[in-house]
Write a protein that binds this ligand. Structure first.
Ligand SMILES: [Zn+2]
Length: 351
């Protein structure tokens, strides 16, 4: 069976389809639309039993301009083995000419939709002003044209577009689903430093960091800054100066040390380490191969933060890492934890 098999009479299909199944399909489409940046949703409905075989929302914000909801569900038809004409496309809005044409070429038996293109245009949504039925009336031979039925749950679908009729709102919705500002990963280190300008100059020299943002509270107080390090997948790091009396962290000097180490995964640990030290960093431990499979070096930046440069050479099992850690501890016992600050964690002495 292929999608070019003899089409089933669409009118028969609609008569045979329970309105309950179509209602369920449109509910799915409406749900998909509500979670999409551009609130367009579609489902593919099996007309023989009313089951929904695919559902999707508009996804053009991901960079594919053809990723309309209807296109996305039609693309799933390549995994269906039954005749295309037994499926219907149900969409919250009248399919655009691209999607209607795709539905015709896919060979679906019917197209159902809620909001009309005319309504979308009236609400300010840019559209190609060509109704789906007008397009399908040009199908030759006419028996291959899908049945087109509009106005399904129309009032409900219209509300999707009435309240979201401008692109700015649609963008806000997209942002609501992704809480990160542009360029940020899910976790952003926020470093307290004595002087943001000096810190940025160092990170530029050591890591090719780029300044993204500088927020001054007064001429000489940087409340907030952001840099990006392109070589570590555009990682953003935020910075601020010492702001005593606020909820911000204090710079390392104020506690004579730091309690967090930032790890940079780099291709060439030795070259990166040499550059970081030349730029003004302070050696904590020079490059070495570790028992857990990395080449690794540690240094302090002039602001006092601890950095690890690392490159994984091989994967080491957790059992072998445990053995390695035990051997390391035997060779390098910890000093008493009390009174030890601002220095190496592992120094020789009694435990
Ligand atoms: Zn479309």
């Amino acid at each position: 069976m292929t999608s070019t098999s003899e089409p089933i009479d669409g009118l028969t299909l609609i008569d045979g389809l329970t309105s309950e199944a179509l209602q369920a399909a449109m509910t799915e489409a409406i749900a998909a639309a509500r979670s999409a940046a551009a609130p367009f949703g579609a489902v593919l409905l099996d007309l023989t039993d009313g089951s929904i075989v695919a559902r999707a929302g508009n996804a053009v914000e991901n960079g594919d301009p053809t990723a309309h909801a209807e296109m996305r569900v039609l693309r799933t038809m390549n995994r269906l083995s039954t005749p295309a004409a037994q499926y219907a496309l149900a969409s919250t809005a009248e399919p655009c000419p691209m999607c209607t044409a795709a539905a015709v070429f896919a060979g679906v038996g019917a197209i159902y939709y809620g909001t009309s293109i005319a309504t979308l245009i009236a609400l300010g949504w840019p559209q190609l002003d060509l109704p789906a039925r007008e397009l399908t009336s040009n199908v030759v031979p006419a028996s291959y044209a899908p049945v087109v039925v509009g106005g399904v749950r129309e009032a409900e679908c219209d509300t999707l577009y009435t309240h979201r009729a401008d692109a700015a709102l649609a963008q806000q919705l997209a942002r609501a689903r992704d809480p990160r500002p542009p360029g940020h990963h899910a976790l952003t280190p926020y470093l307290a430093v004595p002087d943001v300008h000096e810190a940025i100059a160092y990170y530029q020299a050591a890591f090719d960091a780029r300044e993204l943002l500088l927020v001054h509270a007064a001429e000489n107080i940087v409340y907030h800054a952001e840099i990006v390090i392109p070589s570590i997948r555009d990682t953003v790091i935020a910075l601020h100066e010492d702001l005593p009396g606020t909820a911000r962290a204090r710079p390392p000097q104020t506690i004579d040390g730091t309690t967090v180490t930032l790890t940079l995964w780099v291709n060439d640990v030795d070259a990166a380490f040499s550059r970081a030290i030349t730029a003004g960093g302070c050696v904590d431990s020079p490059p070495e191969n570790t028992y857990w499979g990395t080449r690794m070096a540690r240094f302090r930046c002039p602001a006092g933060h601890g950095w690890t440069l690392a490159h994984q050479l091989l994967e080491v099992s957790s059992a072998d890492q445990n053995l390695g850690a035990q051997a390391h501890l035997a060779a390098h016992p910890l000093t008493s934890l009390a009174g030890k600050s601002g220095s190496h964690m592992l120094v020789s002495g009694s435990s």
